[in-house]
Design a protein around this ligand. Structure first.
Ligand code: UDP
Ligand code: MN
Length: 237
């Protein structure tokens, strides 16, 4: 009897959204007992996202919660309002299972799902392609997490990436929340759970294997010529 994995993906509209979500969908479709929660950074749930979700045949929840309008520019906390909405939905509707925050642009090895499924409280593992070290990872000594290897400690208690941990939903306190503080979303969330170092379960062979990467897609530059897709059959002229 496998525990359900609740895979929480914040997303927002841009030219790369459909390809990112399509690629992620095709990974998640290989995973048994997975419930995909897509949290839309939109006033209402987008048709494009819903159509991708429907075609996966996965159990899913599609919710929308746009960022407060004050957050624009470059260094704003990304995906917080929508992740918070997913968190509230889980707290109100789900009593057991595993929570994982999986962004729409990351790359996940299917082995990760087998590893996180038995999380008792909070499990942690390395994430590739992070910061100046190219990796963010807990450091394991004698089977326990003894510290963290991350190029930006930032006076954080748990300097880890959003993709570097999973949480047993029974360990989610009513106080669990994510702050609107860029760079501190993960740490403050884990602190809000009352997490202690000794509670952390290291996965991925004592944090020696990379099973998830913080990939980023190059931003698409707007086309310089307007093409009407209805005319594609007549192209090129
Ligand atoms: N995101 C969002 N709203 C935004 C910007 C980002 O919901 O305005 C989502 C995005 O789709 C992704 C996550 O938040 O799932 C992290 O954003 P991004 O990948 O842009 O940040 P980075 O990986 O560069 O930290
Ligand atoms: Mn990203």
């Amino acid at each position: 009897n496998l525990k359900m994995i609740y895979y929480v993906t914040p997303t927002y509209p841009r030219p790369e959204q459909a390809p990112e979500l399509t690629r992620l969908a095709h990974t998640l479709m290989h995973v048994p007992r997975l419930h995909w929660i897509i949290a839309d950074d939109q006033p209402i749930c987008s048709e494009l996202v819903l159509n991708i979700l429907r075609r996966t045949n996965l159990p899913f929840t599609h919710i929308s919660s746009p960022k407060p309008f004050i957050y624009k520019g470059t260094n704003f906390p990304r995906g917080v309002s929508n992740r918070r909405a997913a968190l509230t939905w889980l707290q109100e509707n789900v009593g057991e299972g595993i929570l994982y925050f999986g962004d729409d642009d990351n790359t996940v090895d299917l082995q990760l799902f087998e590893e996180i499924r038995n999380t008792k409280k909070v499990s942690m593992f390395p994430v590739g392609l992070i910061g100046g070290y190219g990796i963010s990872s807990p450091v394991v000594k004698n089977g326990k997490v003894a510290g963290f290897f991350d190029s930006w400690p930032g006076s954080r208690t748990f300097p880890v990436d959003m993709a570097g941990f999973a949480v047993n939903i029974e360990f989610l306190k009513p106080t669990a929340t994510m702050p609107y503080i860029a760079g501190h979303e993960e740490d403050k969330f884990l602190v809000s759970l009352g997490l202690q170092m000794e509670d952390i379960e290291p996965l991925a062979d004592n944090c020696t294997k990379i099973l998830v990467w913080h990939t980023k897609t190059v931003k698409y530059k707007k086309p310089t010529v307007k093409i009407n897709l209805k005319q594609l059959g007549e192209l090129p002229k």
